[in-house]
Design a protein around this ligand. Sequence first.
Ligand code: ADP
Ligand code: 5GP
Length: 205
Amino acid sequence: MAATSRGTSPVPPDVRPRLTVLSGPSGVGKSTVVAHMRKVHPEVWLSVSATTRKPRPGERNGVHYFFVDNEEFDKLIANGELLEWAEFAGNRYGTPRQAVLDRLEAGEPVLLEIDLQGARLVRQSMPEAQLVFLAPPGWDELVRRLTGRGTESQEVIERRLAAAKVELAAEAEFDTTLVNTSVEDVARELLTLMLQASGLRGTDD
Ligand code: ADP
Ligand code: 5GP
C-alpha cells in the first residue's frame, strides 16, 4: 500500500504550526515583550498590522505598522485583504491576511499582537489558534505603565483604560495567561508556548 499522501503542502497539516495570538490591555507591555523576544529570537515572525492611527515617535511604516488613511483601510476591507480588523480607542487596526497564510503554509510559527475583538474573530475563523492573554501585575501598575509611556493624551489614556476594563474581564476566554512582571521571563514563556503549539520544543534561553 502507498504511504499516506502528504499532498503538495510543504508541511503536513498535522504538524503545521499554529497561530499564536497575544492580547492584553493597552500599556500592559505587549510590544515590549514581543520586541524583546524578537531581539533574542529574530527568526520569530510577527504579523505587521495596518492601522489608521498616527505613528508614535520612533515608529516606522512597514516595521511597527502599515500606517494608512481611512480610505486605504476601507479598501483593504473591501478587497478582503484583512484576516480580521477592529476599531480600538478611535482608530482601526487589521491583520493583512496573505502574509499570515503564507507563513503558516511555509511551516513557521506565526504571532499576532491584536486586541480582544481581533482575538475573538481569529478564534472563530481559526479555532486551532492559541490565544495568550498578557495581564498586568495589577490595575495601578497598568495605569502607571500606560501613563508613563507618555505617548498618549489624557483623553486617549482614559479611552484605553475604559477598554482595558473590558479586556481584563475577558481573560478567561484565553487559553493561557502570562503576567507581565518580568519582560525577560514573559518573552521566554511566550516563545515556549509558540514552539510547543507548533510541535517544536521550547528553548532554554
Ligand atoms: P502595549 O504594547 O501593551 O500597549 P508597551 O509595550 O508599549 O505596552 O508598554 C507600556 C509601558 O510599560 C512602556 O513604557 C514599557 O517600557 C513598560 N513596560 C513593559 N513591560 C514592563 C514590565 N515588565 N515592567 C515595567 N514596565 C514595563
Ligand atoms: P496601539 O495603538 O497601542 O499600537 O494598539 C492598540 C491596540 O490595537 C492594541 O491592543 C493592539 O494589540 C491592537 N492591535 C494592533 N494591531 C491590530 C490588528 O491588526 N488587529 C486588531 N484587532 N487589533 C490590533
